[in-house]
Design a protein around this ligand. Structure first.
Ligand code: NI
Length: 208
């Protein structure tokens, strides 16, 4: 099977000016800026399992690229599941406008995929510009320190296994895990530490 490049790679390749090649662990050091790094969970409306379908995935990549061009952020880690996504962003210093960015991203993807979402409920939501594809709220957690960052990065990369989609992290194409492997931060056969295995779903905004 041919792997699709992950969203994080796509954004980083086109937009991230920071070159961290050959600097193992630089990702973690770079990202820990007090008050600037956040973990998010965003879920689809009624947990529709559509996000890993090509049109949605492609729209999401475009949305991240477009919004990043106008409102920059670094995508530190990312995983896309069929009905939700988790990611970690670092925003520019003094800029905490993540809600604005999420509104733009959600609207962009909703509009780009509107013809594919058939439910009458979501169509009426869209007419009211309520972002029919998505749940209106999202989970946000401010990363406290490097330890907290590592915990959340591991949680993200382990998530496809946690949700039962694959047996090995390496088999899930829709995450920044593959970028981390290329950069020497993980071995290809990486498996999560106990922390991420045992983590309570409600602490990470998992869809219930
Ligand atoms: Ni999850």
């Amino acid at each position: 099977m041919r792997m699709t490049p992950c969203v994080a790679c796509a954004v980083r390749t086109t937009l991230c000016a920071r070159n961290i090649k050959n600097e193992p662990m630089a990702t973690f050091r770079r990202a820990v800026v007090p008050g600037a790094t956040y973990f998010f969970t965003v879920t689809t409306f009624q947990r529709m399992k559509v996000l890993t379908n090509a049109p949605f995935y492609s729209a999401l990549k475009s949305a991240l690229t477009q919004v990043n061009a106008e409102h920059p952020f670094t995508l530190d880690a990312f995983v896309l599941l069929p009905d939700h996504l988790h990611c970690i962003w670092t925003l520019p210093l003094g800029d905490a406008s993540y809600a604005l960015r999420w509104n733009l991203i959600k609207r962009f993807v909703s509009q780009a995929t509107r013809h594919l979402v058939e439910s009458p409920i979501s169509r009426s939501r869209q007419q009211r510009r309520e972002l029919g594809l998505w749940q209106r709220r999202f989970w946000e957690h401010q990363i406290r320190d490097e330890q907290d960052l590592i915990k959340h990065v591991e949680y993200i990369h382990w998530n496809p296994v946690k949700h039962g989609y694959v047996a090995r992290v390496r088999d899930w194409p829709y995450s920044s895990f593959h970028r981390y492997v290329r950069e020497g931060l993980y071995p290809l056969d990486w498996a999560s530490s106990d922390d991420a295995n045992d983590a309570a779903a409600e602490d990470y905004g998992e869809p219930q």
